[in-house]
Design a protein around this ligand. Structure first.
Ligand code: ATP
Ligand code: MG
Length: 267
């Protein structure tokens, strides 16, 4: 996978006196084969950073480089190619899956769009991808409604991996799941990072989650990154007052959930 470098990214919403910078000069690197966590309060600009990197939101200024290639400058064919280089996974996999399509067809659809492989080769790829995300082979004939939230999120991960992206941007992908299921999805992400050298920007409210899977973690507040360091250190010894508040707030807000998550992860 690739190295992502975001430099001085600004995203402005609104016009005139109501204009405000949802992203206000963010610089961030995701080195090849690492997971970088991005945490911060609601509205701090995390999803806007994610969407801009994935090309779903226009930047006002700044650069986003993937292995040195400027993603913001790409146009036309370049833009389409870029869409395969950066894959985004969202909180609610249900909304991105067609309820009338089997899981096998949903993954095949991605392969059909992005590869020249024939049907037999694609079917083999679908089986491989299901195996990669630890779903049983019979999932191929199931419909999204027959699956749990955790299984559907595995399908979303399989679809993202199907195009062999250089970078995955995961926005709150475990937030809607039960604590126990969160743990298993995080374990999967961690395993996949090791197996495939994934480069990933992992956005979450859950500090236990970033401590578990992210090499480094950046903390956002009001459109800016206020702290960025090794995840374990950041959680154990937050430097910025804002990070300290965030860490204090977690046990209150998520209460037993976070602790259970940590226990289920053996962390
Ligand atoms: N398309 C848009 N138009 C106008 N304002 C927007 C748009 N998208 C986001 N915003 C605003 O930008 C700010 C940052 O939003 P963003 O969704 O990036 O935050 P977030 O950190 O992902 O929050 P959450 O944790 O709730 O997901 C918020 O004030 C939001 O209301
Ligand atoms: Mg968000």
């Amino acid at each position: 996978m690739a190295e992502l470098t975001v430099d001085n990214l600004v995203v402005t919403f609104g016009h005139g006196s109501s204009a405000f910078n949802a992203v206000d000069g963010v610089s961030l690197a995701v080195p090849h084969g690492t997971i970088v966590g991005l945490v911060g309060e609601s509205g701090s600009g995390k999803s806007t950073v994610a969407r801009t990197i994935a090309g779903l939101q226009k930047a006002s200024s700044g650069t986003v480089l993937l292995d040195g290639e400027d993603l913001l400058a790409s146009r036309g064919v370049d833009r389409r190619r870029r869409a395969t280089q950066v894959q985004m996974i969202f909180q609610d996999p249900y909304s991105s899956l067609n309820p009338r399509m089997t899981i096998g067809d949903a993954i095949d659809e991605v392969l059909l769009t992005h590869t020249d492989a024939g049907s037999a080769a694609r079917r083999a790829s679908v089986m491989e991808l299901l195996d990669l995300v630890r779903l049983k082979a019979n999932a191929i004939d199931q419909y999204p409604s027959q699956m749990s939230g955790g299984m559907r999120q595995r399908v979303a991960i399989a679809r993202a991996l199907a195009v062999r992206p250089k970078l995955i941007v995961a926005d709150e992908i475990t937030s809607a799941l039960d604590a126990s299921v969160q743990g298993s999805v995080l374990n999967l992400i961690r395993d996949l990072q090791r197996e495939l050298q994934l480069s990933m920007l992992f956005i979450t409210h859950n500090l236990a989650a970033v401590r578990y899977i992210a090499d480094t973690t950046a903390v956002m507040s009001n459109g800016r990154i206020v702290e960025h360091g090794p995840s374990a250190e950041l959680v154990a010894n937050p430097q910025h007052p804002y990070t300290q508040t965030l860490i204090e707030a977690i046990p209150r807000i998520e209460n037993a959930g976070g602790d259970r998550l940590l226990q289920s992860l053996g962390a």
